[in-house]
Design a protein around this ligand. Structure first.
Ligand SMILES: NC(=O)c1ccc[n+]([C@@H]2O[C@H](COP(=O)([O-])OP(=O)(O)OC[C@H]3O[C@@H](n4cnc5c(N)ncnc54)[C@H](OP(=O)(O)O)[C@@H]3O)[C@@H](O)[C@H]2O)c1
Length: 268
């Protein structure tokens, strides 16, 4: 299987690195292009993949193409590669806010497109990605997209209308968690811990709690109950969090990010 990458920045290079290592195809069967020749040189050297002459060359030499340029360049790239797009091609775009309809309008009719919303932990193979099929994408296309993106984390199948919720949750979610870790550590410093030690403890607490959710059969609510005894410290902490609107703040954050994602898609 020949796989192409257009846009070899942070996300594109991480994705292609994951795919090259995954064994889905050989590195020799991967072709990449980016006008930034330093990015191309680094990725070809690190991953053993091949460089194309330009975007059209990527489309001519491969059938499955990952589009990882910034959203504002997607139309330009699609116009560039349109002459080489055939019914054998599958395009997988990770550009935030660029709708399938908009991409389909720029491509030859019947072009098979999948839209994906990954997040930055994909850079360390711990990504969480939602994928949605375009009007002409097949079940096999979705399976292939899932397999490719699973090389950098977990993948969930969605409808395009649900990608805004994915954006509000896992797309923007890492920033919520960074803020949470920072807030935990800053207050722990005020309670008497050195900040660097507090940051280490806060980070490990989030990692450990996430693994508990993942690796036990218990729901998050059951885990909360398990660690909360009457009159204890955790109960006092949870009560103060609720009193200050913790759950409501998180709900408002996810909602605001999902709404912003809907607005950006409508503007594009
Ligand atoms: N980072 C995230 O958390 C995240 C999450 C979800 C989705 N995404 C999406 O992922 C995409 C890439 O994001 P990123 O953070 O990896 O951006 P990035 O690091 O800026 O990478 C984009 C790359 O595309 C190159 N490029 C620009 N115009 C091009 C063209 N006409 N043909 C081929 N390559 C071109 C850029 O080169 P120059 O540097 O020379 O311009 C750059 O190397 C975006 O659409 C973004 O919405 C990102």
């Amino acid at each position: 299987m020949k796989i192409g990458l257009i846009g070899c920045g942070r996300m594109g290079s991480a994705l292609i690195g994951g795919i090259a290592k995954s064994g889905i195809t050989t590195a020799q069967d991967i072709v990449i292009f980016d006008p930034n020749s330093d990015s191309v040189t680094k990725t070809t050297r690190d991953c053993g993949v091949n460089a194309a002459h330009n975007n059209l060359d990527v489309a001519a030499r491969t059938q499955t193409i990952l589009l990882a340029v910034k959203p504002q360049y997607i139309s330009q790239v699609l116009e560039e590669i349109a002459p080489a797009i055939t019914k054998d091609h599958l395009l997988i775009s990770i550009a935030a806010g660029v709708t399938i309809k908009k991409m389909e309008q720029t491509c030859p009719s019947q072009t098979r497109i999948i839209r994906a919303m990954p997040n930055t932990p994909a850079l360390i193979s711990l990504g969480a990605t939602g994928i949605a099929p375009g009007s002409h994408a097949t079940r096999q296309d979705l399976e292939l997209a899932r397999e490719l993106l699973q090389s950098v984390g977990i993948v969930t199948l969605t409808q395009e209308s649900q990608l805004d919720a994915v954006t509000g949750l896992s797309g923007s979610g890492p920033a919520y968690v960074y803020t949470f870790i920072e807030s935990l550590a800053l207050q722990a410093e005020k309670e008497g811990l050195p900040l660097d030690e507090a940051l280490k403890l806060a980070t490990q607490t989030v990692i450990g709690a996430a693994h508990m959710v993942e690796q036990t059969d218990m729901t998050p609510r059951e885990l909360v109950e398990q660690v909360t005894s009457p009159g204890g410290t955790t109960l006092a902490g949870l009560a103060a969090l609720s009193e200050h609107g913790f759950e409501k703040s998180i709900a408002a954050g996810v909602h605001a990010a999902a709404e912003r994602s809907r607005e950006i898609a409508a503007e594009s």
